[in-house]
Design a protein. Sequence first.
Length: 220
Amino acid sequence: MEKENTHIVSINDQYGDCLGDRCLQGADGRKGRPQGFVEVFEIDEDGNKKLVGKNNLVLYQGREWIAERIFNTENGNTSTDKDMFISWFGLGQGGAPIADPLTPDSPLSTDTGLDTEVPIHATDTNCADYRTGNYFKHPFDSVTFEQDASNNNEYLIANCTITIGNDDANGYNLNEAGLFLSDSTTGGHSGPFYIFARVTFPTIVKDSTRQLMFVWYIYT
């Protein structure tokens, strides 16, 4: 019998100074934007770890929602709603070219969804976004708060954990993931859903011997 492999994908969304009262511009002419770093760990039967690091991005749509949320005011020019919150997780296989699966394409601020969403489970009613006989959104295991050692140990970090189990998303080449906004965490929720942040990473072939854990850090 094959031993199960567990992958841990740890994701950081770093807001930093670029969400201050001005827009920073670096020496290379690029304006500052919220982005972070994704760390992908594979734990095999021998306990070995393989590390890959990739940037991820809070999208324009997510940043527009932040402004609505913190001021509790609707922006009639956007699709999101001030009463929504980050509540679901999605997976995709459109984050890297088929010809070069280990070299993912970088997310764009203008992305409004995953490139190619994949179904996560056919019958798990804890999931949401039921379409074409499958659920496409997975719930969070937990959301916790952590102290930020770089900022006087204030509680500026939210830690979101999602486990994609042995029965989830099998048969797909996973290389992108997203956090989604909605107004409910109830299983079977039908949306609407709006993507908040997107990450791409080297392709992981998902089958029933593998379990993925995504740990997504949001720095405020």
